[in-house]
Design a protein around this ligand. Structure first.
Ligand SMILES: [Zn+2]
Length: 302
Protein backbone atom coordinates (compact mmCIF):
# COMPACT_ATOMS: atom_id res chain seq x y z
CA UNK A 1 0.00 0.00 0.00
CA UNK A 2 1.39 3.38 -0.93
CA UNK A 3 2.40 5.49 2.06
CA UNK A 4 2.68 9.24 2.42
CA UNK A 5 5.94 9.46 0.51
CA UNK A 6 4.28 8.00 -2.55
CA UNK A 7 1.20 10.21 -2.29
CA UNK A 8 3.23 13.39 -1.95
CA UNK A 9 5.39 12.28 -4.81
CA UNK A 10 2.36 11.92 -7.08
CA UNK A 11 1.09 15.34 -6.02
CA UNK A 12 4.45 16.88 -6.83
CA UNK A 13 4.73 15.17 -10.22
CA UNK A 14 1.16 15.90 -11.25
CA UNK A 15 1.51 19.52 -10.18
CA UNK A 16 4.54 19.91 -12.42
CA UNK A 17 2.87 18.05 -15.25
CA UNK A 18 -0.60 19.59 -15.31
CA UNK A 19 -1.41 22.43 -12.92
CA UNK A 20 -2.58 25.51 -14.78
CA UNK A 21 -3.75 23.54 -17.79
CA UNK A 22 -7.26 22.67 -18.97
CA UNK A 23 -7.71 18.95 -18.65
CA UNK A 24 -9.80 16.29 -20.27
CA UNK A 25 -11.14 13.89 -17.66
CA UNK A 26 -13.02 10.77 -18.59
CA UNK A 27 -13.95 7.41 -17.20
CA UNK A 28 -14.00 4.81 -19.94
CA UNK A 29 -15.63 2.22 -17.68
CA UNK A 30 -18.14 4.75 -16.40
CA UNK A 31 -17.19 3.95 -12.83
CA UNK A 32 -16.35 7.54 -12.05
CA UNK A 33 -19.71 9.07 -12.85
CA UNK A 34 -18.71 12.69 -12.27
CA UNK A 35 -16.02 12.92 -14.94
CA UNK A 36 -18.21 15.32 -16.94
CA UNK A 37 -18.16 17.81 -14.07
CA UNK A 38 -14.39 18.09 -14.43
CA UNK A 39 -13.84 17.58 -18.14
CA UNK A 40 -12.43 20.64 -19.89
CA UNK A 41 -11.74 22.57 -16.66
CA UNK A 42 -8.44 23.95 -15.48
CA UNK A 43 -6.54 21.97 -12.88
CA UNK A 44 -5.76 24.59 -10.27
CA UNK A 45 -3.90 22.61 -7.65
CA UNK A 46 -2.95 19.11 -6.57
CA UNK A 47 -3.08 18.54 -2.83
CA UNK A 48 -1.69 15.74 -0.70
CA UNK A 49 -2.41 15.01 2.91
CA UNK A 50 -1.49 11.71 4.48
CA UNK A 51 -2.67 9.10 2.01
CA UNK A 52 -5.21 11.37 0.30
CA UNK A 53 -4.89 13.23 -2.99
CA UNK A 54 -7.07 16.16 -4.06
CA UNK A 55 -7.11 17.47 -7.63
CA UNK A 56 -8.77 20.89 -7.51
CA UNK A 57 -10.72 21.87 -10.63
CA UNK A 58 -12.49 24.92 -9.16
CA UNK A 59 -14.92 25.61 -6.36
CA UNK A 60 -16.47 22.44 -4.98
CA UNK A 61 -14.80 20.41 -7.66
CA UNK A 62 -12.15 18.46 -5.82
CA UNK A 63 -11.33 15.10 -7.30
CA UNK A 64 -10.53 13.01 -4.24
CA UNK A 65 -8.33 9.97 -4.77
CA UNK A 66 -7.33 7.43 -2.16
CA UNK A 67 -5.22 4.70 -3.68
CA UNK A 68 -5.94 2.25 -0.87
CA UNK A 69 -4.17 -1.07 -1.12
CA UNK A 70 -4.22 -1.63 -4.84
CA UNK A 71 -4.65 1.71 -6.52
CA UNK A 72 -1.98 3.18 -8.73
CA UNK A 73 -1.41 5.87 -11.31
CA UNK A 74 0.10 5.09 -14.67
CA UNK A 75 1.71 7.95 -16.58
CA UNK A 76 2.65 8.14 -20.20
CA UNK A 77 3.08 10.12 -23.36
CA UNK A 78 0.76 10.85 -26.23
CA UNK A 79 -0.96 9.27 -28.01
CA UNK A 80 -3.49 8.00 -25.47
CA UNK A 81 -3.50 4.22 -25.24
CA UNK A 82 -6.66 2.22 -25.83
CA UNK A 83 -8.58 1.95 -22.55
CA UNK A 84 -7.70 -1.34 -20.95
CA UNK A 85 -8.71 -3.15 -17.78
CA UNK A 86 -10.47 -1.55 -14.85
CA UNK A 87 -9.55 1.97 -15.88
CA UNK A 88 -11.37 4.20 -13.39
CA UNK A 89 -10.31 7.53 -14.75
CA UNK A 90 -7.84 9.13 -17.10
CA UNK A 91 -6.84 12.69 -17.77
CA UNK A 92 -4.79 14.62 -20.27
CA UNK A 93 -4.44 18.26 -21.27
CA UNK A 94 -6.89 19.72 -23.75
CA UNK A 95 -5.18 20.01 -27.11
CA UNK A 96 -2.36 17.61 -26.29
CA UNK A 97 -0.87 16.27 -29.48
CA UNK A 98 0.74 12.98 -30.24
CA UNK A 99 4.49 13.11 -29.84
CA UNK A 100 6.70 12.27 -32.72
CA UNK A 101 9.25 10.51 -30.53
CA UNK A 102 8.36 7.05 -29.30
CA UNK A 103 5.69 6.91 -26.61
CA UNK A 104 7.09 5.85 -23.27
CA UNK A 105 4.36 4.71 -20.94
CA UNK A 106 5.58 4.24 -17.43
CA UNK A 107 4.95 0.83 -16.03
CA UNK A 108 2.60 0.04 -13.22
CA UNK A 109 4.55 -0.59 -10.08
CA UNK A 110 3.38 -3.60 -8.17
CA UNK A 111 5.56 -3.68 -5.14
CA UNK A 112 6.90 -0.45 -3.82
CA UNK A 113 9.95 -1.64 -1.93
CA UNK A 114 11.19 -3.66 -4.84
CA UNK A 115 10.78 -0.81 -7.22
CA UNK A 116 14.11 0.55 -8.34
CA UNK A 117 12.38 3.83 -9.06
CA UNK A 118 13.50 4.11 -12.63
CA UNK A 119 10.88 6.17 -14.38
CA UNK A 120 11.69 7.13 -17.93
CA UNK A 121 9.35 10.11 -18.10
CA UNK A 122 10.17 13.44 -16.43
CA UNK A 123 7.06 15.10 -14.94
CA UNK A 124 7.16 17.84 -17.57
CA UNK A 125 6.97 15.19 -20.28
CA UNK A 126 3.97 13.34 -18.88
CA UNK A 127 0.97 13.69 -21.19
CA UNK A 128 -1.63 11.50 -19.60
CA UNK A 129 -2.57 9.73 -16.40
CA UNK A 130 -4.55 6.58 -15.87
CA UNK A 131 -5.97 5.55 -12.52
CA UNK A 132 -6.77 1.96 -11.66
CA UNK A 133 -7.86 0.22 -8.49
CA UNK A 134 -8.23 3.14 -6.06
CA UNK A 135 -10.27 2.68 -2.92
CA UNK A 136 -11.84 6.04 -3.65
CA UNK A 137 -12.13 8.29 -6.67
CA UNK A 138 -14.96 10.76 -6.28
CA UNK A 139 -15.99 14.37 -6.58
CA UNK A 140 -15.79 16.26 -3.30
CA UNK A 141 -16.96 19.67 -2.19
CA UNK A 142 -14.52 22.07 -0.55
CA UNK A 143 -16.32 21.45 2.75
CA UNK A 144 -15.72 17.74 2.49
CA UNK A 145 -12.01 18.27 1.91
CA UNK A 146 -11.93 20.64 4.90
CA UNK A 147 -13.56 17.96 7.05
CA UNK A 148 -10.91 15.48 5.98
CA UNK A 149 -8.14 17.87 6.98
CA UNK A 150 -9.77 18.35 10.35
CA UNK A 151 -9.96 14.62 10.93
CA UNK A 152 -6.43 13.67 9.84
CA UNK A 153 -3.46 13.90 12.16
CA UNK A 154 -0.36 15.93 11.33
CA UNK A 155 1.52 14.82 8.22
CA UNK A 156 5.34 14.65 8.35
CA UNK A 157 5.48 15.57 4.65
CA UNK A 158 3.26 18.66 4.74
CA UNK A 159 4.83 22.00 3.82
CA UNK A 160 6.89 20.31 1.13
CA UNK A 161 8.40 17.97 3.67
CA UNK A 162 10.63 20.71 5.00
CA UNK A 163 9.29 20.49 8.49
CA UNK A 164 5.92 18.78 8.27
CA UNK A 165 2.81 19.81 10.18
CA UNK A 166 2.96 20.80 13.82
CA UNK A 167 3.17 17.40 15.54
CA UNK A 168 1.79 18.62 18.88
CA UNK A 169 -1.73 17.17 18.38
CA UNK A 170 -0.25 13.75 17.58
CA UNK A 171 2.03 13.83 20.59
CA UNK A 172 -0.90 14.75 22.85
CA UNK A 173 -3.04 11.97 21.43
CA UNK A 174 -0.31 9.37 21.87
CA UNK A 175 0.58 10.52 25.39
CA UNK A 176 -2.88 9.65 26.67
CA UNK A 177 -3.47 6.45 24.71
CA UNK A 178 -3.48 2.88 25.92
CA UNK A 179 -3.11 1.62 22.36
CA UNK A 180 0.29 0.27 21.38
CA UNK A 181 2.63 2.68 19.64
CA UNK A 182 2.69 0.27 16.68
CA UNK A 183 -1.05 0.73 16.21
CA UNK A 184 -1.01 4.43 16.92
CA UNK A 185 1.54 5.12 14.20
CA UNK A 186 -0.86 3.61 11.66
CA UNK A 187 -3.89 5.58 12.84
CA UNK A 188 -4.36 8.27 10.22
CA UNK A 189 -6.28 10.40 12.70
CA UNK A 190 -3.16 10.46 14.89
CA UNK A 191 -0.42 10.82 12.26
CA UNK A 192 -1.27 11.02 8.56
CA UNK A 193 0.77 9.22 5.94
CA UNK A 194 2.64 6.52 7.84
CA UNK A 195 1.87 2.99 6.70
CA UNK A 196 3.18 -0.47 7.42
CA UNK A 197 6.71 -0.05 6.11
CA UNK A 198 7.50 3.23 7.80
CA UNK A 199 5.89 2.25 11.09
CA UNK A 200 8.02 -0.89 11.37
CA UNK A 201 11.19 0.84 10.29
CA UNK A 202 10.71 3.98 12.41
CA UNK A 203 10.16 1.84 15.49
CA UNK A 204 13.26 -0.16 14.73
CA UNK A 205 15.38 2.94 14.10
CA UNK A 206 14.17 4.28 17.45
CA UNK A 207 14.98 0.90 19.05
CA UNK A 208 11.49 1.08 20.51
CA UNK A 209 9.25 -1.81 21.46
CA UNK A 210 6.20 -1.78 19.20
CA UNK A 211 4.13 -2.95 22.16
CA UNK A 212 4.68 0.07 24.38
CA UNK A 213 1.42 1.80 25.11
CA UNK A 214 1.28 5.31 23.73
CA UNK A 215 1.22 6.77 27.21
CA UNK A 216 4.42 4.86 28.09
CA UNK A 217 6.45 6.32 25.23
CA UNK A 218 8.94 8.90 26.52
CA UNK A 219 8.07 12.28 24.94
CA UNK A 220 11.67 12.83 23.86
CA UNK A 221 11.69 9.50 22.03
CA UNK A 222 8.47 10.37 20.26
CA UNK A 223 9.84 13.72 19.23
CA UNK A 224 12.99 12.06 17.91
CA UNK A 225 10.89 9.58 15.93
CA UNK A 226 8.91 12.38 14.31
CA UNK A 227 12.14 14.15 13.40
CA UNK A 228 13.44 10.91 11.92
CA UNK A 229 10.25 10.37 9.91
CA UNK A 230 10.47 13.62 7.96
CA UNK A 231 13.76 13.07 6.08
CA UNK A 232 13.14 9.33 5.85
CA UNK A 233 9.78 9.79 4.16
CA UNK A 234 11.07 12.68 2.11
CA UNK A 235 13.81 10.42 0.77
CA UNK A 236 11.13 7.90 -0.20
CA UNK A 237 9.56 10.51 -2.47
CA UNK A 238 12.52 10.69 -4.75
CA UNK A 239 12.29 7.44 -6.61
CA UNK A 240 9.49 5.41 -4.98
CA UNK A 241 12.09 3.37 -3.19
CA UNK A 242 11.92 3.28 0.58
CA UNK A 243 15.38 2.82 2.04
CA UNK A 244 15.50 2.86 5.81
CA UNK A 245 18.79 1.13 6.60
CA UNK A 246 21.85 3.19 7.41
CA UNK A 247 24.78 2.28 5.20
CA UNK A 248 26.94 1.31 8.18
CA UNK A 249 24.38 -1.36 9.13
CA UNK A 250 24.20 -2.99 5.72
CA UNK A 251 26.38 -5.96 4.80
CA UNK A 252 27.45 -3.97 1.75
CA UNK A 253 28.13 -0.67 3.39
CA UNK A 254 29.18 1.15 0.27
CA UNK A 255 27.29 1.86 -2.93
CA UNK A 256 23.58 1.55 -3.57
CA UNK A 257 21.80 -0.76 -1.10
CA UNK A 258 20.86 -4.15 -2.46
CA UNK A 259 17.14 -4.90 -2.68
CA UNK A 260 17.28 -7.19 0.35
CA UNK A 261 19.18 -4.62 2.39
CA UNK A 262 16.81 -1.67 2.20
CA UNK A 263 14.86 -2.45 5.39
CA UNK A 264 15.78 -3.44 8.93
CA UNK A 265 12.69 -5.48 9.75
CA UNK A 266 9.88 -4.97 7.25
CA UNK A 267 9.18 -8.25 5.40
CA UNK A 268 12.31 -9.76 6.97
CA UNK A 269 10.67 -12.23 9.37
CA UNK A 270 12.95 -15.19 10.11
CA UNK A 271 16.01 -13.42 8.72
CA UNK A 272 18.86 -12.19 10.91
CA UNK A 273 18.78 -8.62 12.17
CA UNK A 274 21.48 -6.59 10.37
CA UNK A 275 22.64 -5.20 13.69
CA UNK A 276 22.41 -8.01 16.26
CA UNK A 277 21.87 -11.16 14.20
CA UNK A 278 18.66 -12.18 15.99
CA UNK A 279 15.81 -13.50 13.87
CA UNK A 280 13.27 -10.83 13.00
CA UNK A 281 9.79 -11.62 14.30
CA UNK A 282 6.39 -10.88 12.85
CA UNK A 283 2.88 -10.87 14.15
CA UNK A 284 -0.55 -9.81 13.06
CA UNK A 285 -1.60 -6.63 14.78
CA UNK A 286 -4.99 -5.13 13.99
CA UNK A 287 -5.06 -6.79 10.58
CA UNK A 288 -1.61 -5.69 9.42
CA UNK A 289 1.66 -7.58 9.82
CA UNK A 290 4.10 -6.06 12.26
CA UNK A 291 7.84 -6.83 12.04
CA UNK A 292 10.42 -6.19 14.74
CA UNK A 293 13.69 -7.33 16.27
CA UNK A 294 13.12 -8.68 19.79
CA UNK A 295 16.63 -7.84 20.96
CA UNK A 296 17.22 -4.40 19.42
CA UNK A 297 13.70 -3.35 20.33
CA UNK A 298 13.81 -4.86 23.77
CA UNK A 299 10.78 -7.12 23.69
CA UNK A 300 12.72 -10.25 24.73
CA UNK A 301 12.56 -9.43 28.42
CA UNK A 302 8.80 -8.86 28.58
ZN1 LIG B 1 18.48 -6.71 16.33
Amino acid sequence: MPEGNEIHRWAERHTRAFVGRKMHVDSPTGRFADADALDGRKLEEVRAKGKHLGYVFGKDRVLHVHLGRYGDWTEGQMPLPEPKGALRLRMWPVGAKARTDAAKASVRHGWYSEDDGSNPVAPEDVDWLELRGPSDCSLWSDAKWAELLKRLGPDPLSNDGVEGDDPAPAFAEIAKSKMTIAQLLMEQDVIAGIGNIYRAELLYRARMSPFLEGREVPPAALKAMWKDAIPLMKAGMVDRRIVTTRSKDRPHSTGKPLKEEVHYVYRRAGKPCWVCGTKILKKDLAGRTLYWCPVCQGTDAS
